[in-house]
Design a protein around this ligand. Structure first.
Ligand code: NAD
Ligand code: UD1
Length: 337
């Protein structure tokens, strides 16, 4: 079965490409490399000994997509192609709405034209918004998001639900990721953020490798045990395996299904820093600063539905996540560059 990964050269897409190839799927990648490098897919090919059909393509552009769909017998689509920096989305909302929504619409139009009926979407825990209590369960209503990035995910979930309702032949799986960290254990592929990282683990790794002086821990007065925020960190390899399960599930189920992909266990910022230092034997200089606007005290998944319906649960530990993040960073101090 041949799967198109839109945005497949990115952090989660490249790890998913690897897992799909190892599970026997054929993989086509369409990416404009606005936040990635073709090198990630070259390394996936080297790691698996298999080839990937790779297109440099803006997934908003229907003409390019039509070329890909006519050249490749695509049977399912996983849509990773999105802009994802929360702060930037507040400064440049139009670019975020245009990119994230148009990529989805163009993919859907081409799928209809070429009779492709399986769609898996990279959604986010951010759609639970600010009002729902933890742990988040898929049956909860989507909540009000605090930024345009979050709203694009909210809107795309709505669009995909509407499309599946109108077309009973469609299968749509919405995957709500929690906090992906870590890297492939080989240290050959991993997260390669442009500029100053927004997210915790890439920041920690860059401090450890000497690219940044210190980590600022955002807030220590939250109502948690040590006063710092708690999140559901998930190893990117576990997350990638979840996509393989979602593709297999979607091949035999119609309609929309939503799955949280998380571990169900939260860790605080301080716990992450301490685990990283202990596992890797490297210091991570850190200072406490004010809260970051928009951060919630706690976010974690009820991960039981994915286990029950997909037969998927996480296998990696926090130690694995810290070790593999550091292994990637240490071997690739400047990412793919
Ligand atoms: P990433 O930036 O590494 O990957 C996204 C990829 O999409 C990049 O390769 C980028 O070049 C590509 N892309 C963006 N716009 C494109 C366009 N118009 N045409 C073609 N390619 C385009 O990010 P990631 O962490 O791998 O995230 C993948 C998806 O998962 C995104 O949709 C993101 O919003 C979602 N997500 C990520 C996280 C996270 O913490 N990483 C959490 C929740 C959801
Ligand atoms: C963020 C986004 C979320 C998005 C996800 C993946 C916000 C409010 N949320 O999640 O919508 O889906 O990234 O892109 O931006 N931290 C520090 N110091 C740092 C960086 C982070 O203390 O330098 C803390 C944060 O306060 C938070 C935790 O580490 O408590 C995790 O932060 P981060 O990795 O940015 O993820 P989220 O904020 O959970």
């Amino acid at each position: 079965m041949k799967i198109l990964l839109a945005g497949g050269a990115g952090y989660i897409g490249s790890h998913t490409a690897l897992e799909l190839l190892e599970a026997g799927y054929e993989v086509v990648v369409a990416d404009n490399f606005c936040n990635s490098s073709p090198e990630s897919i070259r390394r996936v090919e080297a790691l698996t000994g298999k080839t990937v059909a790779m297109y440099e393509a803006d997934v908003k552009e229907k003409k390019i997509l039509q070329k890909i769909f006519s050249e490749q017998e695509i049977q399912g689509v996983i849509h990773f192609a999105g802009l994802k920096a929360v702060g930037e989305s507040m400064e440049k909302p139009v670019i975020y709405y245009r990119n994230n929504i148009d990529t989805t619409l163009s993919l859907l139009e081409c799928m209809e034209e070429f009779g492709v009926k399986q769609f898996v979407f990279s959604s986010s825990a951010t759609v639970y918004g600010e009002e729902n209590p933890v742990p988040y369960v898929e049956t909860m209503k989507r909540g009000a998001c605090s930024n345009p990035y979050g709203w694009t995910k909210f809107m795309m979930e709505q669009i995909l639900e509407d499309v599946a309702r109108a077309n009973p032949e469609m299968s749509v799986v919405l995957l709500r990721y929690f906090n992906p960290i870590g890297a492939h254990p080989s240290g050959r592929i991993g997260e390669d953020p442009e500029g100053i990282p927004n997210n915790l683990m890439p920041y920690i790794s860059q401090v450890a490798v000497g690219r940044r002086d210190h980590l600022t821990v955002f807030g220590k007065d939250y109502p948690t045990k040590d006063g710092t925020c708690r999140r559901d960190y998930i190893h990117v390899a576990d997350l990638a395996r979840g996509h393989v399960k979602a593709i297999a599930y979607g091949a035999s189920h119609k309609g929309v299904e939503i799955f949280n992909l998380g571990t169900g266990t939260p860790y605080s910022v301080v716990e992450i820093v301490e685990a990283f230092e202990k596992v890797n034997g490297v210091p991570v200089k850190h200072e406490f600063g004010p809260r970051r606007a928009g951060d919630l005290p706690e976010s974690w998944a009820d991960a039981s539905k994915a286990e029950a319906l997909l037969g998927w649960k996480t296998e990696k530990t926090l130690e694995d996540m810290c070790r593999d993040s550091w292994n990637w960073q240490r071997r690739n101090p400047n990412g793919y560059r």
